[in-house]
Design a protein around this ligand. Structure first.
Ligand SMILES: Cc1ncc(COP(=O)(O)O)c(C=O)c1O
Length: 452
């Protein structure tokens, strides 16, 4: 393939940014008027936009978002998975309205019956019998880590290089170019040197994993069954079985973080690939857009924890939050699982996603680009590398911020949203083949312009 003409790429991106600014005067004004927000946005990551300033949302329903300037988008970002059930699905709206409006009470500090139904459904789907709740997947991970440190008496957590598990201190570690562990670049205010709390291995590298586990100080491996936050990196045959075998051999617990890999099916990758972790953590999509996190424990682990009278699991022991498991969160999660992200919905989403992946593959072939496409159920990603990267480090190395910005702003200007962090497209139950075709038409046009 001929090199991408970087001059042309910049000219086109500049043109698209001007066009974006012209078409979004209200978003521009909202951004200009947010002088009392740190970074002008509710949370600093919202400045991650290819366009120069963020699109301000007005309405969202199903697979569609309308911005304050009146433009409608097909939303393949879907809240970076938090809206995988679609925006404001009717059963969740009804459940939340009933719980918060009719019955009343979001913070009553008492359990509601919905939580037990959610626990039962999560147990059925993921195969772990005992569940507890948080409000974010980050907290689910944090609390699971603390529990596993407590029961093993071991200090360290092992993660994969270029993983993302939320802002969990122990996870901000990568394998450096010299093969040694080091803090992830840009790590903000680390409480302590991450290389003293964590170990790291490349995804798909069983020898590297064994080398680290052999130190005998790892309480838990915290991993996604497929990496999703550095592009999708799929497990090679035998890798996940090897992880399970090694973690058992070295007395280390295994946490599957299914927050994003839930796209693989109703029971995430754990059910789709017959995995048997000791803990599953999850969040985002299961709440249908309402904040929730959850962690499921094996009976063995729960038994060990239950026997530990020295651990304060009720008050000040470092596990829990006032709002965790609140009635609104539980009502929304129950409705999402029982009525929205059902088996039938997942089957439909996977079919639409397969069409997305096939179409993108055909377009990049036609343009003779050395890129690849990976799919995990309802989730698709295109990468600027072929074959697809095998590890997080390889995947990080094939990032191309300029190219990504161009494609994102080009799509945005024509009514298609991808996740701002990489080239991820997610399908919700209401995403249609026509939505996918719209993406493909614009993607094809963008590449045609780029190739000149
Ligand atoms: C795999 C994984 N775990 C955890 C998280 C953190 O989720 P939250 O932002 O809800 O805390 C994310 C967020 O993207 C994630 O991708």
């Amino acid at each position: 393939m001929p090199e991408i003409d970087r001059g042309r790429l910049r000219t086109l991106t500049d043109r698209e940014r001007v066009r974006f600014a012209e078409r979004h005067p209200r978003s521009a004004a909202a951004y200009a008027n947010a002088g009392h927000l740190f970074g002008r946005v509710p949370m600093t990551w919202m400045n991650k936009t290819a366009a120069g300033f963020p699109v301000y949302a007005d309405r969202a329903r199903g697979a569609r978002i309308t911005d304050v300037d009146g433009h409608e988008y097909v939303d393949f970002c879907l809240g970076d998975t938090a809206a995988m059930a679609g925006h404001s699905p009717a059963p969740v709206v009804a459940a939340v309205t009933r719980r918060f409006g009719e019955l009343g009470g979001a913070s009553v500090m008492l359990p509601t019956e919905d939580a037990a139904a959610v626990g039962e459904e999560l147990a059925r789907r993921f195969g772990l019998p005992l569940w507890s709740f948080a409000l974010t997947a980050t907290d689910a991970n944090r609390w699971a880590i603390r529990l596993l440190r407590a029961v093993t008496g071991r200090p360290r957590i092992l993660v994969n290089s270029y993983c993302y598990h939320g802002s969990v201190d122990e996870s901000l570690i990568v394998v450096g170019p010299d093969g040694r562990p080091r803090s992830r670049e840009g790590n903000v205010g680390a409480p302590t040197d991450v290389t003293s709390t964590s170990r790291v291995a490349e995804f798909n590298d069983l020898a590297g994993l064994e080398r680290e586990l052999a130190y005998g100080d790892v309480a838990a491996v915290l991993m996604e069954p497929a990496l999703t936050n550095i592009g999708i990196v799929l497990p090679e045959p035998g890798y996940l079985d090897g992880v399970r075998e090694l973690t058992r051999r070295y007395g280390t617990y295994l946490i599957n973080d299914e927050t994003h890999t839930f796209s693989a099916g109703p029971g995430g990758a754990t059910a789709a690939w017959a995995l048997s972790p000791d803990v599953v953590t999850i969040g985002k999509a299961i709440g249908g857009g309402v904040p929730v996190g959850a962690y499921g424990l094996s009976a063995e682990l729960a038994g060990r924890l239950g026997g530990r009278t020295d651990l304060d699991l009720v008050d000040m022991g470092g596990v829990g939050g006032t709002l965790a498991g609140n009635p609104v969160s539980m009502a929304a999660t129950r409705a999402t699982l029982e009525e929205v992200l059902t088996e039938a919905a997942f089957a439909g989403m996977a079919e639409v996603a397969a069409g997305f992946a096939d179409g993108v593959r055909a377009i990049i072939e036609r343009h003779a680009l050395p890129w690849s496409v990976s799919r995990l159920g309802a989730r698709v990603e295109y990468r600027f590398a072929d074959p697809a990267p095998r590890t997080g480090t390889e995947s990080a190395a094939c990032a191309d911020a300029e190219l990504e910005d161009f494609l994102h702003v080009y799509l945005l200007n024509r009514g298609v949203l991808l996740t701002p962090f990489h080239n991820m497209a997610l399908m919700c139950p209401e995403t249609t083949a026509a939505d996918v075709a719209r993406h493909h038409e614009i993607f094809d046009a963008a590449l045609t312009e780029l190739r000149g």
